[in-house]
Every structure is written in C-alpha cells, then in structure tokens.
Ligand binder design. Sequence first.
Ligand code: ADP
Ligand code: GN1
Ligand code: MG
Length: 380
Amino acid sequence: MNYQTVATGACERIEEAASQFCVEGEPSECSRYGNGHINDTFLLCTVDDRERNHRYILQRMNTHVFQNPKGLMQNITGVTGYLREQILKTGGDAERETLTLIKTGAGEDYYVDTLGYWWRMYLFITDATGYDAVEREEDFYQSAKAFGHFQRLLNRYPVELLTETIPDFHHTPKRFGAFCEAVEKDVCGRAKGAVREIAFVMDRKEELSVLTDKLVSGEISYRVTHNDTKLNNVLIDNRSGQAVCVIDLDTVMPGTALFDFGDSIRFGANTAAEDETDLSKVSLDLGLYEQYVNGFLKGCQGSLTKKELEMLPMGAKMMTMECGMRFLADYLSGDTYFRIHKEHHNLDRCRTQLKLVWDMEKKWEQMQAIVALYGGNTGK
Ligand code: ADP
Ligand code: GN1
Ligand code: MG
C-alpha cells in the first residue's frame, strides 16, 4: 500500500486494521484525512479486480477521550441503523445521507488490533465537503438545517439505548470544576501566562449553571442531540450545495437543542478561525448567526419549545464559554485531550472563544432580537 502523510510507525497498524474490514478490492493508498481534533482519520483507497477505485474512511478511535468504545460503537450502530430506516422511508439515499459502517470479516462493526487500539471503517461519502470555515453563507445555513433536521429525525429514538459516551459532556458547571482543578494544579507551570483568561472565566462563574439549572427544573428537556455540531461535522454536496450528511456521531447522547445550536454558532459564526492568534479578527458575525437561526428552526420543524427558543442565545454563549474553559484546562494540563499542531495551540484556541463570548455580550440584544424574528410564530 502507498502511504501519504502517515507517520511511518502508523503504517503497520493501519495495514493490520485495514485488512480486517470487508472492503471492495485491495487497499492501494492511505492518507491522513480531515481536521478533527479527536480521532485519527485516514482515507483508504482500494482497487478491485476490474480496476475500479473505492474509498473508505478508516478511523482509529480515541479511547483516551472515549473510555467506553464498545458502548460508543453500539450507539453509532443503533443511530445509523435508525437514520437509515427514516431516510429510506422518505425515498432518500441512505448511503449518502447517513454514515455506513463497514463490517469486519468477523461480522463486527469495529476491530481491536493486537496492541489494543480500536478501529472502525465507514463508506467514504463522495463529492461532498466538510468545511473548516464558512466560505459561503449558504453553507452555514445548510449546516443549520441539517443539524436541526438530524435532531428532528432522532426525536423518537429510544434514549435508553444510548450510552453516555462522555459523561457530563456539556455539564458546564462540572467543566468549570475541572477547569478550576487544572488552574490549581498548574502541572506545567503555565497558569502565570494565562492570568487574564483565567480571570475572565472566574468573573462569569455565577452564570455557568444556567442551562443545567433549567434541565434540572424541567423547564427545558433532554432530547437526543449530536453535541459536537462543528461545521466540519456536516458534509455539503459539491454540486447541489445542499447538506448531505451529519457525521462524527461519537457524542450523540441525551442533550439539549441549545447545545447543538450553541456549538455551531461558536464555531461557524466566528469571523475568524478557532485558533486565530490576531484577536482583533475574532467577533460574532450577526449575519451568519441569523442564517443559522433561520436554518436551524427550519430543520427542527417547529419542535422547539418557547423556552428553548428564548434560550438559544444563551446556548451559544454557554457553549463558547465551555469550549474556552476546556481548551484552557487542556493547555494548563499539558495538552492531553485536544490534538495540537503548534506550541500554545490550546491557549490560542481558548483566547478566540473568550473573545467571542465578550463580543456576544456586546451583541446580546441583537442576538435575542434575531431569534424573536424567526421564532416568533413557532415554539410550543
Ligand atoms: P473527529 O472526531 O476527529 O472530528 P470525524 O469523524 O469528524 O473525526 O472525521 C474527521 C473528518 O473526516 C471529518 O471532518 C470529515 O472531513 C472526514 N470524514 C469523516 N467521515 C467521513 C465520511 N464517511 N465520508 C467522507 N468524509 C468523512
Ligand atoms: C472536538 O471531534 P471534533 O474535532 O469535531 C471536541 C468538541 C469541541 C471541538 C472544538 C469529543 O470536536 O467537543 O467542541 O473539538 N470533541 C470531543 O473544536 O471532545
Ligand atoms: Mg469531527
């Protein structure tokens, strides 16, 4: 097999893993793929005996982050199977509109290699792109519709079948607790270089329980949500410009619509990249925010309650705060969670998130007004 952009040490592992899955033809080429921060993702090309090419996504799962990989894979098998049925009922193309797991020769949806690493394989969704930044407003609108629709499709999915793959994933107060612990321990001696960022978070600590409090009081309820709704977790068709498929289903768990809405805004409605170092470039783009509100409400098809609608801006602010805290806690702890590509990468990422929170606070009334404009006649 021909390897590109793959560390030499990884080739042997890939070779072993790739040979377990029931692909068409023989593997010919493998390269690193995409810009996810969590899993190791590879594009695997094969050639069959009629010289036809086939493509697959081979992933080495991050079992440091996902400590119950078996439960996680059961979630993905269940959710993709369910989505498949829903898509077929409406005459859709299930192999493009949801992820398709490739089985191993042993009939499993994953393979644990001889060193204990977990692998899985999906059909590669062709002629579609997962954007790392908004290039056209329309793409962001499409992603919003897709994430809203995804949640709508899973409305009746039996929650009891789902494993919580990362317990308390969006429990912002617990994230704050972990953040405080990282500050206190300061294992790398980095806290002195992040004094302003730490103070920014501390100044807002009273507000961090606003979503969890509403969940506890029952004012908002749990739904099956995606929980990691970055723009590059939805593939957009290269020809039609329509969203084709919501991917990266590792964190599908009970959550709230506010998590999904909020995480998309923090990533996609930022005028700069998540790791931009020139903070003057970072702000909330209200035009993109409006596109997302419009698309998300369309995708949800009236399923959001009045309370959820009212709290959408808070969802955006909390998800941005939470992610800022997570990046900073990881920086202070020695970068053990998010993959980094340069020194202080997680500190840079944290700074963009906090600047974005600051800008949201300035634009708060406008954020609320936009939701009122689109949500005015909807909401139960
Ligand atoms: P991570 O959890 O590390 O973000 P993802 O599952 O999101 O991993 O995969 C990383 C990238 O690989 C995605 O952003 C996307 O570009 C690409 N990708 C993943 N699955 C597929 C697929 N089935 N077809 C095409 N591209 C895919
Ligand atoms: C991670 O897997 P990826 O790159 O789509 C992270 C999200 C963060 C995001 C920040 C499982 O998302 O929670 O918001 O990075 N996923 C996990 O970019 O922790
Ligand atoms: Mg991803």
